[in-house]
Design a protein around this ligand. Structure first.
Ligand SMILES: NC(=O)c1ccc[n+]([C@@H]2O[C@H](COP(=O)([O-])OP(=O)(O)OC[C@H]3O[C@@H](n4cnc5c(N)ncnc54)[C@H](O)[C@@H]3O)[C@@H](O)[C@H]2O)c1
Length: 474
């Protein structure tokens, strides 16, 4: 175990009131929340890396042949990739006929002739077993991501998995071990890493604008109660996923860009977290109201719903801190925070407009514009305007998919690897574990097996690649 236990206990005393090693009765038990350890994997597993997937460049693929599993969010990826040269859409898989027919119409209009996989919950396996597909996108409910990805990689496919990539620590390890064993890319498609202020601040951090990075904040604060309660969502999976031990169920949108700024897994590492969840103030009340009018909701009354707000703090090996929040029930203005504090300057995206400060005050709009011009990274200079025009969450969806396909076509390492997918997603089970143990510190596994010390940061120079053209209109 590389983790220094004495340091852990000392730090735990600061943040968790000396709770390490004591047997706690969860204060949440009275509210019906399970105090059980919510993940079934070992956080302390000592990983012997088989092959380092960080910086790994797979052989070039001239035409990237793609299969898609899940065509809700998956349609964003179908739409983006179908505009690009060097792409062939070979397969579409979903269980809902309307989603299949929408995707079929869209892809056929672009000249593709994909095969359809539907009718039963295992149909996706047939698509993964084909030998004429290079890349599988997985945009299904959360609890299916890891097993689908492992199956696809084992059958020789690169995978692009929606967020979060895994639900348990064991699943995180499965992604890492399968990616290393098969040498297939395992990218979690964290689109917020391609949003424009996030890319700007990543480049500023690289150029030393902030000085040393001291602290970062991220969040997913988005009023989504109606979506979670929507009975037309497949199998009502969003409501089901909201029941159980409380924690941060959706950490990666806020965390991903902060990890890239801090070079997590590539020079620094997340060591441990402490997490605290408030109770559920609203979901059960809404479920009761709905159940009075609609039978479907009756079985969900008085379930242990995730609390409104979860707050986690993470400490890194280099002594930095990260604050992460999650609230999708309270009526808040959308925020991923995206705050970066350095020894020289700081940045804050939400509430918008995004701002930058040097010293005590925000820079003026004119100075902001000058900084933007100076630090806009090459990928945005090249593809930013077109991405915004094509759209998808303001353009970041298109930019991410373009970059993924371009890296595969040019034989370049991907911006996000299996270690990022595993460590960013591990916050789901680890935050639940910390909450259940009265906010005790919980160690974050080193999924890189020690290679974080020498792994190189994500290359945002665009010195290589950038050749893939947009050949169709959206
Ligand atoms: N990055 C983003 O901005 C973003 C936005 C929305 C959703 N997401 C993520 O995308 C994923 C999917 O979310 P969504 O909103 O599209 O959900 P959704 O319910 O709209 O779509 C999921 C689809 O998966 C299909 N499905 C379920 N089981 C299947 C199986 N065995 N085989 C084939 N298809 C199956 C369902 O029929 C459904 O159409 C989630 O991980 C979510 O967090 C990410």
């Amino acid at each position: 175990m590389t983790f220094n236990r004495r340091k852990f206990i000392k730090l735990g005393g600061l943040t968790g009131a000396g709770l390490v090693g004591t047997s706690l009765v969860s204060p949440y038990a009275a509210e019906g929340l399970s105090p059980e350890q919510p993940d079934n994997g070992s956080a302390l597993k000592t990983h012997k890396q088989k092959f380092n997937m960080c910086g790994y460049a797979a052989p070039k693929i001239e035409t990237v042949r793609i299969g898609f599993i899940g065509l809700g969010r998956g349609m964003a990826h179908v739409s983006a990739t179908s505009l690009l040269e060097g792409v062939d859409i070979k397969g579409l898989c979903d269980l809902m006929p309307d989603k299949i027919s929408r995707a079929k119409k869209k892809t056929e209009a672009s000249g593709f002739t994909p095969d359809i996989y539907t009718g039963n919950a295992e149909a996706w396996k047939k698509m993964c077993e084909r030998d004429d597909i290079d890349l599988i996108y997985i945009s299904t409910p959360w609890d299916m991501h890891a097993s689908m990805a492992v199956y696809a990689m084992t059958h020789g496919k690169h995978v692009a998995i929606e967020v979060p990539a895994a639900q348990t620590i064991e699943e995180c390890w499965q992604l890492v071990e399968t990616s290393e064993r098969t040498r297939k890319h395992c990218m979690m498609v964290e689109n917020t890493c391609y949003d424009f202020f996030e890319l700007l601040t990543l480049n500023m951090a690289r150029q030393g604008f902030f000085g040393e990075i001291v602290h970062g904040e991220g969040a997913y604060i988005h009023s989504l109660m109606d979506l979670v309660l929507n009975k037309n969502v497949w199998d009502m999976w969003r409501l089901k996923a909201f029941i159980g031990p409380s924690g941060n169920l959706y950490p990666t949108h806020g965390l991903g860009p902060i990890c890239q700024v801090m070079d997590i897994n590539r020079g620094d590492k997340m060591d441990f977290l402490v997490s605290s969840s408030g109770r559920d103030f609203q979901m059960n009340e809404r479920v009761k109201e709905l159940a009075a009018k609609d039978e479907v909701y009756k079985k969900y009354v008085d379930k242990p719903f995730n609390g409104n707000m979860n707050t986690s703090t993470i400490r890194t090996s280099k002594g930095r801190t990260i604050l992460l929040q999650y609230d999708i029930t309270s009526p808040n203005v959308y925020s991923r925070i995206h705050k970066i504090n350095g020894t020289r300057a700081a940045a804050l995206k939400y509430p918008e407009p995004a701002r930058i400060s040097i010293g005590h005050g925000w820079v003026s709009p004119e100075e902001f514009k000058q900084l933007e011009e100076k630090y806009t990274p090459p990928i945005v200079k090249k593809m930013g305007a077109l991405s915004k025009e094509i759209g998808g969450h303001g353009g970041m969806d298109f930019l991410m998919n373009w970059r993924l396909i371009d890296c595969l076509r040019n034989g370049l390492p991907l911006d996000q690897d299996c270690y990022d997918a595993a460590s960013w997603s591990s916050i789901v089970p680890l935050s639940k574990k910390s909450v259940a143990k009265g906010s005790s510190p919980v160690e974050i596994p080193d999924f890189t097996g020690g290679s974080w010390k020498t792994n190189r940061p994500v290359d945002i120079s665009l010195e290589k690649g950038g050749s893939t053209k947009v050949i169709r209109q959206g």
